[in-house]
Design a protein around this ligand. Structure first.
Ligand code: CP
Length: 317
């Protein structure tokens, strides 16, 4: 495995889920694989779960871990080509990325959508520079369009909690005071489409995700109707794709509450976190016995460890 960005990069999902279960059961069984190997985790954006869970996963594999918060610890990086670098960015990614690659065996990178240029975001201009110039395998720790470590952990969590072979999984938009990227819902849809689940996406009109992700997916604009009979409710806010990066609605009637959860098949509640209580979801729902957000976050170690393990195994060959 040379890169981890899309669901295709993980290959057979059943094999990946089986491997995830093994990693969860015996997390230290492969700690020789990472001996004298180094992972560098580069953050252009804030993180709690991704930073800590990926570090923990790498440490479980016996690796050395270096974390770089670009905005605090490094030179400001220019990401565009062909510009006269007479501004406040003294270093270009074109040099920084291969240099970082010389110091490690795997790179993880987090770089969110800018919301300034839809084409640049959806062409993954920053992540692709890492993939092209690093010279070592690259893990997306959330890029402009996707959050695959989250989606893999989400799928594994659903696998752990499902009580029927093909559960109904509903991704619901919910209100938020700030414009958030589409990376989490894009990846969630991308992974669920490949999994053995009945996927329904519900959101107000204007919040359609990019067609490349939702082609063939059931979209239901009536949130209550979507919730009927659901086994899992996955809440998330995202900004508009068509009116790129815009907040079109903060309609609190879309907040996930107890009344809507009562329409479901005793559904489990999921969210990638961090979550705005009483905007996205009421206290009553997130604090209920059906909320599995903490187990979901804990499984971020599992998804990261499977990916790191596969990359280390590939390096050995
Ligand atoms: N879910 C997630 O990626 O959390 P962080 O932004 O805290 O890493």
């Amino acid at each position: 495995m040379k890169k981890f960005l899309t669901v295709e990069d993980i290959g057979d999902l059943n094999a990946a889920l089986k491997e995830a279960a093994e990693v969860k059961k015996t997390p230290y069984a492969w700690d020789e694989l990472g001996k004298n190997k180094t992972i560098i985790l580069i953050f252009f954006n804030s993180s709690l779960r991704t930073r800590l869970s990926t570090q923990k996963a790498a440490m479980n594999m016996g690796m050395n871990v270096i974390v770089l918060d670009v905005n605090k610890d490094g030179w400001k990086l220019e990401t565009e080509f062909g510009v006269v670098m007479d501004g406040d960015k003294p270093e270009h990614l074109r040099e920084a990325v291969p240099v970082i690659g010389r110091y490690c065996d795997i790179i993880g990178v987090r770089s969110f959508a800018s919301f300034e240029d839809k084409k640049a975001d959806y062409e993954e201009e920053i992540l692709n520079q890492f993939i092209e110039f690093a010279g070592v395998p690259v893990i997306s720790m959330e890029s402009a369009t996707r959050h695959p470590l989250q989606a893999f952990a989400d799928l594994y969590t659903i696998e752990e909690y499902k009580t029927k072979p093909r559960p109904k999984v509903v991704l619901t938009w919910a209100p938020h005071p700030r414009a958030l990227p589409q990376a989490v819902p894009n990846s969630f849809v991308e992974w669920m489409k490949e999994a053995d689940v009945e996927l329904v996406v519900t959101h107000p009109e204007g919040y359609e995700l990019a067609p490349e992700f939702t082609k063939g997916v059931t979209i239901e604009y009536d949130q209550k109707k979507a919730f009927e009979g659901a086994d899992f409710i996955y809440a998330k806010n995202w900004a508009s794709y068509s009116q790129y990066g815009q907040i079109l609605s903060q309609d609190r009637s879309w907040t996930v509450d107890e009344a809507k959860m009562a329409l479901t098949n005793d559904a489990k509640f999921m969210h990638c976190l961090p979550v705005r209580r009483n905007m996205i979801v009421t206290d009553g729902v997130i604090d209920s016995k059906n909320s599995i957000v903490i187990d979901e976050a804990a499984n971020r170690v599992v998804s990261a460890q499977v990916v790191i393990k596969r990359m280390l195994e590939a390096l050995k060959k």
